[in-house]
Write a protein that binds this ligand. Structure first.
Ligand code: SF4
Length: 477
């Protein structure tokens, strides 16, 4: 167990009034040691909690003066204070195994922790879930959760996870649903493994046994050049189209039988098959937006001024918890940008604007920018770093962007979506400052992009930005 450190104290908050400081370590609340930020939040919910803290070599007791339900106003350094539960699977499609060596250590963390599912929307396979975990989830109402399903055929699921417990761990899914927990599922579709008839069987099994799931996302396997699994390959165009056909057929069946679609195909499938995206209402409020389901339509709506569509649905308690670290598993991404305004308040002369984006992002943005005039253009960045079928904007690296930018003229505005940055760094560890042209980092939602194109500045973001096309790296699949 490592005590969380205070990383910020809100002005005029109970914590500040009690004298808490940045770098104080939180040891206990009313004599209880919280295991994670969820417990911390529950413990400090009481009126006037007493905190035990360590400051340097000193241990102190600090009494917060606050009402029950009032937040203390501190942010701590990590979400999990004991140890993040890592996964015991060895999925052949795992993207973490497809990363080159030498990247940041945190990128190699294979977490399979229901708490991170609740806090950040990470997917869990439930292979390490226990009776005690179930009791906690039900008692503390840790809902919604996000579960990797892949197949409802026990033998196939165990084979895909390379873990015998994969055959039985969906019993926890049944228990969670029986306990009234909202659960969103996903199927990573691997061609030749769980597509075709196997996908039909899975969707039939879901409707039969787990129709109380909130949603199920079918997302394509991502293959990088670093895969060592000979059987893992990208979908062909025909295979991608077949997944769409299967999902849309099951949507019809589910609408008839359940009154809702239940299952959705990722945007990547529509891009691969060169088919139009379903209209925005067909995404039923974008509940799996962060998983690449309906991002293009949400982005389009936001770009045309529907600010609510810019928010997507933010999975996880993190969207409101006081205390959870902003930097971490799913950090807010924008950390500042250059301004299109002069210091004296006058606007800079309009300059040509180039939008850096992944190849899939370019396919989404192209039609939206047609009426923007010739000074706005797209600069697609081919992903040579990962290779394979990786074309999403969220996996652009500093090296690839540098290679492209070196060929671009100086003196233009370059807009960079923040989805490819985490704590100011690209996946390959480079920073924006190391790029060969200066760029404006823009929150990755349509509303913010429109403002940036109007010269409104990248910092004037919609309140909760959402990325255009992203893959959550590190989330168990
Ligand atoms: S895909 Fe997820 S569950 Fe499978 S090995 Fe990787 S981290 Fe673990």
């Amino acid at each position: 167990m490592s005590a969380p450190r205070v990383v910020s104290v809100a002005a005029a908050s109970p914590a500040q009034r009690a004298g808490l400081r940045v770098n104080d370590e939180l040891l206990a609340v009313d004599g209880r040691v919280p295991r994670d930020v969820i417990e911390y939040r529950l413990f400090v919910d009481e009126a006037d909690p007493e905190l035990e803290i360590r400051r340097g070599h000193e241990e102190l007791t600090v009494q917060l003066r606050k009402q029950a339900g009032e937040v203390p106003g501190i942010e701590v350094s990590s979400a999990v204070f004991d140890r993040v539960r890592t996964c015991d699977n060895h999925c052949e499609f795992c993207f973490i195994y497809q990363l080159p060596k030498g990247m940041r250590r945190s990128l190699y963390l294979k977490d399979d922790d229901y708490r991170l599912s609740f806090l950040y929307g990470n997917f869990t396979t439930l292979t390490r879930f226990t009776e005690l975990d179930l009791e906690r989830v039900l008692t503390e109402r840790l809902s919604p959760l996000f579960v990797s399903i892949h197949s409802t055929d026990p033998e196939l699921r165990a084979r895909m996870l390379r873990n015998p417990r994969g055959a039985t761990s969906l019993r926890w899914l049944r228990a969670l649903l029986d306990g009234g927990i909202e659960v969103h599922g996903q199927v990573v579709v691997c061609p030749g493994v769980n597509d075709g008839d196997a996908l039909e069987t899975t969707l039939a099994g879901l409707v039969d046994e787990y129709s109380d799931l909130a949603t199920v996302a079918c997302v394509p396997l991502g293959v990088s050049d670093y895969t060592t699994e000979p059987s893992m390959r990208p979908h062909t165009v025909a295979e991608g189209a077949a997944v769409i056909d299967t999902v849309e057929l099951w949507q019809e069946l589910c609408l008839g039988a359940l009154g809702r679609r239940l299952v959705y195909a990722a945007d990547e499938y529509y891009l691969l098959a060169e088919r139009p995206f379903p209209e925005a209402p067909a995404y039923d409020g974008f509940p799996q937006h962060e998983n690449g389901i309906g991002m293009a339509r949400a982005f389009e709506a936001a770009f045309h001024g529907d600010v609510s569509a810019a928010h997507g649905v933010q999975p996880g308690f993190f969207s409101w918890v006081d205390g959870a670290p902003a930097a971490g598993y799913r950090a807010l991404r924008t950390d500042g940008a250059s301004s299109p305004w002069h210091d004296d308040g006058t606007r800079c002369e309009p300059a040509p604007v180039a939008i850096l984006t992944g190849e899939y992002g370019a396919a989404v943005l192209g039609p939206l920018l047609r009426d923007q005039g010739p000074h706005v253009r797209l600069v697609p960045v081919h992903n040579a770093f990962f290779g394979g079928n990786i074309a999403v904007t969220g996996l652009m690296t500093g090296a690839d962007i540098s290679r492209v930018l070196r060929r671009e003229p100086v003196g233009e505005r370059y807009l960079l979506p923040d989805v490819c940055l985490s704590e100011g760094r690209f996946l390959d560890g480079m920073t924006v400052a190391e790029l060969p042209r200066s760029v404006e980092v823009v929150p990755s939602d349509g509303y913010s992009l429109r403002l940036a194109l109007q010269g409104g500045g990248a910092n004037t973001a919609a309140p909760r930005p959402s990325p255009p096309v992203a893959v959550a790296l590190g989330a168990p699949r």
